[in-house]
Design a protein around this ligand. Structure first.
Ligand code: 26Q
Length: 815
């Protein structure tokens, strides 16, 4: 991109003057963030327009990534780096006496996602644009994203994430492209105004969907793709009649009801699914997106819909957008008069589905009554899809009624969205090798038996532009100094670093870089939460959503164990460790919230006990989010990936840690397996039961956690300390955690996630960590081997896999 410093400066000052009535000397940090972003968008805009023109001039197949979540984080640094103008912008600002780092921190995260699934969508968009593929994201412009977490008295308290409080300089509202989405009403059959006999809906509730576009800037190329997020509003505004009757509250009610659809992101664990508003969200954004791309198709290609699959592939990010399948059937049949068989054949060539969950019981199902009331015509179409499917199933398995019932898209009063997705899509993929294997052999065995050609693996990846180049500039420079540029768009090049594993100077430099990153994090946490971290200590980090299967509890039980040892034996002298946690719990997930309280309680105790003498510190980082991850991950020595084997579909932070030279301490779960395959067993710390072992114990119902308590007094002691008054004088605070481990409550088996079974093995792995860290050079050598072998985990590789096996896109080079 061409950068004209004078022009940029002129744009910046004009923006400050027009938007805020200020000149540079009067502008505060926020004003500057806004003006710098707007001026940067000004530079990016010609390429954005040219990319769109290019796609329109020569229609080719385009990918549409439908996702209820896009966890984009901050845009400014990313867009400046990807468009290649970071250094120039910094220079201009320096000339004006403005510190770039200060204004970078002014940007709120676009936290429109819960965790891994949402961040994966964001990494994919970055890779698609960088690889110059025509692909776009479609989602919801939540007014409130992931809640803001405060810790009050050790407890998580949620506050609304008002990320749009100031206008977002990166979004462009496209009112001209608004569409209408219809809910409820009655199904009618008859002549439409154009004289065709068709189904239509009467008395539907109409909601306006308005797109807001965000640029997705490719790195080192001119491609700028689009993330299109839909906002809901009422087409009729508020009710003037009621307003004039001075019934102000009721007058705006209709408007509020419509706007509620895009009001707030749902948490990933809001108990049993089946909330009507959630279904409204799903249909809202999928219907708007399909209408949008069909308008585009009709305008550029015409109404020969048999060509539709030549120009579109739609990737469904989990079951959240699966209602798009019957919606495309509806639009084709009811609005363009396509017959059922043709419509179905188009659908089957268009959709591909990604599964992110291992557990069948966690798959989304909708109660028929809610679904039918809200989407009567869509329900009718799902019934017809299922009726035809059941005929096939009865032919295949004439006597097997259990199988027929289980695989029916509608049964037990519910619609099984994953079943609909698998039946209608031409591709079904898991997100790591183990995950895909377990889907094929266990949870989706019946489906794999009838549709084996649909199942495939696409191991996740992350973008090295955000997770290395941008967040760890010193390591990026270290890499470039040794292997040159090129790794930014081809991460397999990192392999070239292996030459340096025995180079003393490289190893020393690597140690210095890690130390510097640790100092930066320490500095940040001193300012934000008055925590003191010792950069000389091991930074051992577990950052991810709080879930029982991710076993933050195992981590904290081990800390309690270490604390006991230190207190009991003053001669015990392990290397100093800092345990860092970051985790949000779903607001209604009681047990997860207790674990947060436990971490904070243990932290308070350990950090204030003089006997510990710097050997141990525990830090809970408040409000963990993308921009925090960018500071924590480069500063970490140990990457805690300790889920119960078989439960974590892939994990993606494990990949970010690896790229940044942290050693994995983990179970053989998800992508950890592939990480150790690449890095070598000697360069990671693997412990615990394997997925096969867990499946076997589960099926034999042979797990007896008491055995582990009897066998290990040290373990029995820490488990007891949950209730014996050590950490909570009443003994009640952590009783539920204790009971769930020892007795099993609420109809559950004790210790569902095998915390006690894996404890000893985890302690041993941690001892190995401590022992190996004492030899800093040997440790650093291992981190370099990890970095050198992390190439596989670039989302560029993942996207090339999707393109080759599923999407079949051609690169479009933008001039
Ligand atoms: C469902 C119904 C109602 C409300 C919310 C939800 C909901 C929302 C988000 C359910 C699940 C999610 C998010 C799931 C998720 O992040 N899964 C993770 O996906 C990553 C990317 O593939 C994997 O690396 C992780 O292993 C997986 O846990």
């Amino acid at each position: 991109m061409t950068f004209d410093a004078e022009q940029f400066k002129a744009n910046l000052t004009a923006r400050l003057r027009r938007q805020y009535g200020k000149d540079i000397s009067q502008a505060n940090k926020h004003d500057l963030f806004d003006a710098v972003s707007a001026s940067a968008l000004e530079i990016i805009m010609p390429n954005w327009m040219e990319t769109r023109r290019e796609y329109e001039a020569k229609p080719t197949k385009q990918l549409y990534y439908l996702s209820a979540e896009f966890l984009m984080g901050r845009a400014l640094s990313n867009n400046l780096i990807n468009s290649g103008i970071m250094e120039q912008v910094k220079d201009v600002l320096k000339g004006m006496n403005i510190n770039y780092d200060m204004i970078e921190d002014e940007e709120p995260d676009a936290g429109l996602g819960n965790g891994g699934l949402g961040r994966l969508a964001a990494c994919f968009l970055d890779s698609i644009a960088t690889l110059q593929y025509p692909g776009h994201g479609y989602g919801i412009r939540y007014e409130y994203g992931m809640f803001e977490q405060h810790i009050e008295n050790g407890y998580q308290v949620e506050y609304p994430d008002n990320w749009l409080k100031h206008r977002d300089p990166w979004e462009v509202k496209r009112s001209d492209l608004s569409v209408t989405v219809k809910f409820g009403g009655q199904i009618k059959y008859g002549k439409t105004p154009d004289g065709q006999d068709r189904f239509y809906i009467e008395n539907a509730e109409e909601v306006t969907a308005t797109p807001y576009d965000m640029p997705v800037v490719g790195y080192g190329c001119n491609t700028v793709n689009t993330l299109r997020l839909w906002q809901a509003s009422s087409p009729n505004g508020f009710d003037l009649q009621l307003f004039n009757d001075m019934q102000y509250h009721r007058a705006v009610e209709r408007q509020n009801d419509a706007e509620d659809i895009s009001r707030v992101l749902y948490p990933n664990d809001s108990g049993p699914s089946g909330k009507e508003l959630r279904l409204r969200q799903q249909y809202f954004f999928t219907s708007a997106s399909l209408q949008d791309l069909i308008h585009h198709f009709v305008n550029t290609v015409g109404t020969d819909f048999s060509k539709f699959p030549q120009y579109h592939v739609i990737q469904l990010n989990d079951t959240h957008p699966v209602v798009a399948i019957p919606e495309l059937m509806r639009i084709l049949m009811d609005e363009y008069n396509v017959g059922w068989d043709d419509a179905w054949s188009i659908v089957q060539k268009t959709f591909a589905y990604t599964n992110h969950t291992i557990l069948a019981e966690a798959l989304e199902k909708w109660p028929i009554d809610i679904f039918q009331r809200l989407l009567p015509r869509i329900y009718q179409i799902v019934e017809e899809i299922n009726r035809r499917f059941m005929i096939e199933l009865r032919q295949k398995f004439p006597e097997d009624y259990d199988k027929q019932n289980h695989m029916s898209i509608i049964h037990d009063g519910k619609i099984y969205m994953a079943w609909l997705a698998i039946h209608a899509s031409f591709s079904v993929n898991g997100v790591a090798e183990l995950h895909t294997k377990l889907l094929k052999e266990q949870e989706l065995k019946n489906w794999n038996a009838i549709y084996p050609q649909k199942f495939n693996n696409k191991t996740n990846g992350v973008t090295q532009r955000r997770w290395l180049l941008s967040s760890n500039p010193e390591l990026a420079e270290f890499i470039t100094a040794r292997i040159g540029h090129g790794w930014e768009t081809d991460l397999s090049k990192l392999k070239g670093l292996e030459k340096f594993v025995d180079d003393e100077k490289s190893i020393d430099e690597l140690i210095a870089i890690k130390l510097h990153n640790k100092e930066r994090l320490a500095d940040c946490l001193k300012h934000t939460q008055n925590e003191f971290l010792d950069p000389e200590s091991i930074f051992d980090t577990q950052v991810k959503r709080l879930h029982e299967y991710k076993r933050q509890l195992l981590n904290v039980l081990h800390i309690m164990y270490l604390y006991n040892r230190i207190v009991e034996d003053p001669s015990y002298n392990p290397p100093a460790r800092t345990f860092i946690f970051g985790a949000k719990s779903a607001s209604g997930y009681r047990r997860a919230k207790q674990i947060i309280k436990l971490i904070n309680t243990v932290a308070e105790r350990v950090n204030n006990d003089r006997r510990v003498g710097g050997k141990l510190r525990v830090v809970f980082v408040e409000n963990y989010r993308v921009s925090m991850a960018e500071k924590i991950i480069p500063a970490s020595d140990v990457s805690e990936q300790i889920s119960t084997a078989g439960y974590e579909a892939s994990g993606t932070s494990n990949m970010k840690f690896m790229m940044n030279g942290a050693l994995t301490l983990g179970t053989l779960d998800g992508a950890n397996i592939e990480i150790v395959n690449e890095a070598g067993e000697d360069n990671a710390f693997i412990f615990g039961l394997t997925a096969d072992e867990i499946i076997k114990i589960n099926s034999e119902h042979s797990y007896n956690p008491q055995k582990y308590l009897d066998r290990s007094p040290a373990l029995a002691k820490v488990v007891n300390q949950l209730v014996d008054g050590t950490y909570d004088p009443t003994g009640q605070q952590f009783k539920e955690l204790y009971d769930s481990l020892v007795y099993g409550i609420e109809g559950q088996r004790p210790d569902v996630y095998y915390v006690l079974a894996d404890f000893d093995s985890y302690v041993q792995a941690q001892e190995k960590v401590a022992a190996e860290y004492t030899d800093r050079k040997s440790w650093a050598r291992k981190t370099l081997i990890n970095i050198a072998n992390s190439g596989k985990f670039s989302s560029d590789r993942t996207i090339e896999d999707y393109v080759r096996d599923i999407w079949h896109l051609k690169k479009v080079v933008v001039k």
